[in-house]
Design a protein around this ligand. Sequence first.
Ligand SMILES: C[S@@+](CC[C@H](N)C(=O)[O-])C[C@H]1O[C@@H](n2cnc3c(N)ncnc32)[C@H](O)[C@@H]1O
Length: 510
Amino acid sequence: MKADKDLYRELRELPALELWQVHVPRFDQLSPKERGQQVALVRAVGVVFADSRNPEMKAAVKQWMKGLLQDPNEKIRRYAAAAIPKLGGDAEAEKQLLNLLKDPQSEREKKQAASALEKIGGQETLQAVQKMGEKLVSEQKVRASVARQEGPSSIKVDAPIPKIPGLKIHLRCRTGLESIVADEVREGESRQGKFRVLELRAACVVVEPLASFTLAELYRYRCFDTASFVLGAILQPTAATAIGELAKMIASPLTEKLVQSLTEGAWRYRLSFLSEGNHEAAVAQVTEAAFALNPRLLNDARQSPWSVDVFFNKDRGAVELRPRLNPNPRLYYRTQAVKAASHPPLAACLARVAGKLANEVVWDPFCGSGLELIEAALFGKVGQVIGTDIDPAAVAMAQANFQAAQLTSTTGSFHAADFREYAKFPELARGRVSLVISNPPLGRKVRVPNMHGMFADLFKAASDVLRPGGRLVFINPLRLESTDPSLRRELRRSVDLGGYECRLEIYRKY
Ligand SMILES: C[S@@+](CC[C@H](N)C(=O)[O-])C[C@H]1O[C@@H](n2cnc3c(N)ncnc32)[C@H](O)[C@@H]1O
């Protein structure tokens, strides 16, 4: 007999249909002893069908799984209890799990039933929990589950946030892009007058709201990555003493005011400690303590509209409340993305540092799904964008995204081609382009056999197509300069692309 783990690994690699049509009927025919030996199948079916896009088959699988909650074998019942939340709970499953909880055969079975009820429990579980002497099931988790069943929660981007004295916002970004983020806000605020830049820190720009505002107003800025409200700072965030402090910040009147102003639906949040290591126990302690202080705020890792992030900086931590905007209003145009798609705020930063000339003609030689071109056009004064990419699927995505962006004063053309073939396209005739902008393959997600050769060719192509005064703005993963004397470097700045240090560079054509 194969060990449980090996069998599980083997089974979960099988196609869903084969599992359901061959292995499940075979399992159902086995003797009780053999079924016990093959219990890994129950786990594999739960995992494989968790992401199934076939609702009818998923419903049939769930029905089978609910049947297993009454199996004479304790281990099979336990595995089925673990699988049910992945397939989606319902009233019948809840009842059966409550029965297991009342009359378990083992401590492990009791725990498994409790854990499943925390994820799918409804009103009946909530009533049972309130009557329970023993704290087996977290009331907070069940309340969150009930709230989720009542309807999704979301962030209201157009709701006014009242003026709160002392409120600070952290605009987070990649290290190296802080001044671009700050400049965008400063420039916009010379007209809008709602926010003031207070300070630039590593990967963070601190902003103060000067008046009542909406998130839609803040999200007009495109260069920052995430925006969060500062709840406070904490010394030694992992120390035992921090638990109570963090809980107080989460449960505070400030959190409540922000969440109340901006949430449609139940007030649910997830807590993340943004540092290496396993913080599961601390998360559980902090969130339970916060619930005891303010039971209106529910910790819930699933589809919650808010995140509380604890950032670590040596022995200090910043505690931030971040609205999770879904859909992200800035990405209204993104219908599809390539595997190595640019981080959208990085594309916006590239567009912004490029500056704008009148009636720009912009080429992205490695356009992927087209973010740099679209961000350049949104930044303004772009008459035409041209994208080339060696991958036809990427070109189709760029085209679809460009259309979705509805840029009425910009025309776009996209070609499936190696960028070195630029001379084939009349739009890329010598001296016709004013801006070459790109987040090229960096050699990580998109492998390139000869990176140095490719970047040397990029400099040559840019020098050919750019008109005098035109710019090449791109991310350079190599320490490689243009040897073409007509291209002069104006900027080189290190940017941390998620642990990969690259340079943002600007060359001008003379
Ligand atoms: C980092 S991705 C670009 C991502 C893009 N900025 C976006 O937002 O989706 C790099 C792209 O370069 C393309 N590529 C690789 N070698 C190429 C070549 N020789 N000519 C043109 N495109 C190439 C890849 O197909 C990939 O889509």
